[in-house]
Design a protein around this ligand. Sequence first.
Ligand code: PMP
Length: 375
Amino acid sequence: MRPWNFSAGPSALPLEVLQQAAAEMTDWHGCGMSVMEMSHRGKQFTRIRDEAVADLRELLAVPDEFEILFMQGGATAENAIVPMNLIGRGGAHKADYILSGIWSGKSYKEAQRYGDIAVAATSGAAAEIDGVRQEPWTWFPAVAEWRLRPDAAYLHLCSNETIGGVEFSDWPDMAALGAPGVPLVVDASSHFLSRPIDFSKAALVYAGAQKNAGPAGVTVVLIRKELIGHALAVCPSAFDYVNVAESGSMFNTPPTYAIYIAGLVFKWLKQQGGVAAIEAANIAKARLLYDYLDGSGFYINRVHAGSRSRMNVPFFLCDESLNAEFLAQADKAGLMQLKGHKSVGGMRASIYNAVPLQAVQALVSFMQEFERRHG
Ligand code: PMP
């Protein structure tokens, strides 16, 4: 049996997908070539791309008004690509950002190169919530506190902060917030495909694939068609959404193998019963782990209960001198990549779609045993 992999990304892929890729490695569907060896413009790869797009559209019920793009440069490149494509729309060259952790902070910083960028809300200073002191970046700023500019070209937020373990899924209706013309742009990288997306709320959703969707190298962009076609003159042609959309994500040679594996993941997800079924499994996994953490006096998760991520669960040992021992023992027990991000410390269990309930059960059993021996 393979060890359980709790990496935050690149992260666990479904074993069935890896096995299928291995079986097809040297000869894809009898064509005599590996997917890595075929022209992106040939009929085989065109089919792979078309099926990936169609399967993703079906899985997330992406409306026809949205284009599905496969891009490169990761979510990091989108931090520049988004403002370069959207900020010129409307002429005000303004955009608003919600700061909820390290990833949204990076998006905000990058965007400043392209216009007048404002912080609409932040959780970057400690605060008291429900009578409890919350450390910075351990909750998502309440919608009621967002300060929006109605003439902004867009509002950006990160709906799952991978490092802080903070998730925000109840996306608001921008019209109800007094900013009806402001499109909502969401970096959904680390919970993409783990739950449904409400496309009546968001106008652009992007995600690096290397958590729930596939290997690193491809970025998925779901964008309302009317937002395409407003790029600044400085925008590189390969990053202009018009060119990507008009070429079927083949303005330049796409990351063919990454798209192929993502396509296999989409088919695997359909076999699991789709996004609703995987969401139910993700809820059960997260509940098991959080319930255990909350009931233990030995471990702690510091994220406000209403903002806890189902995908990334940072936790600490109350006695931090045991960290190295915990990680060494976990590794021996076949529980890999549990070390927390260096900026936060402690541990982090990323329990993405491809990490089954069995893995979380194994983790909790290990944690109980470790607590028994050291508590
Ligand atoms: N946004 C989020 C939420 C992420 O988790 C990450 C990567 N972990 C990024 C952006 C950056 O993605 P990439 O490294 O693919 O550019």
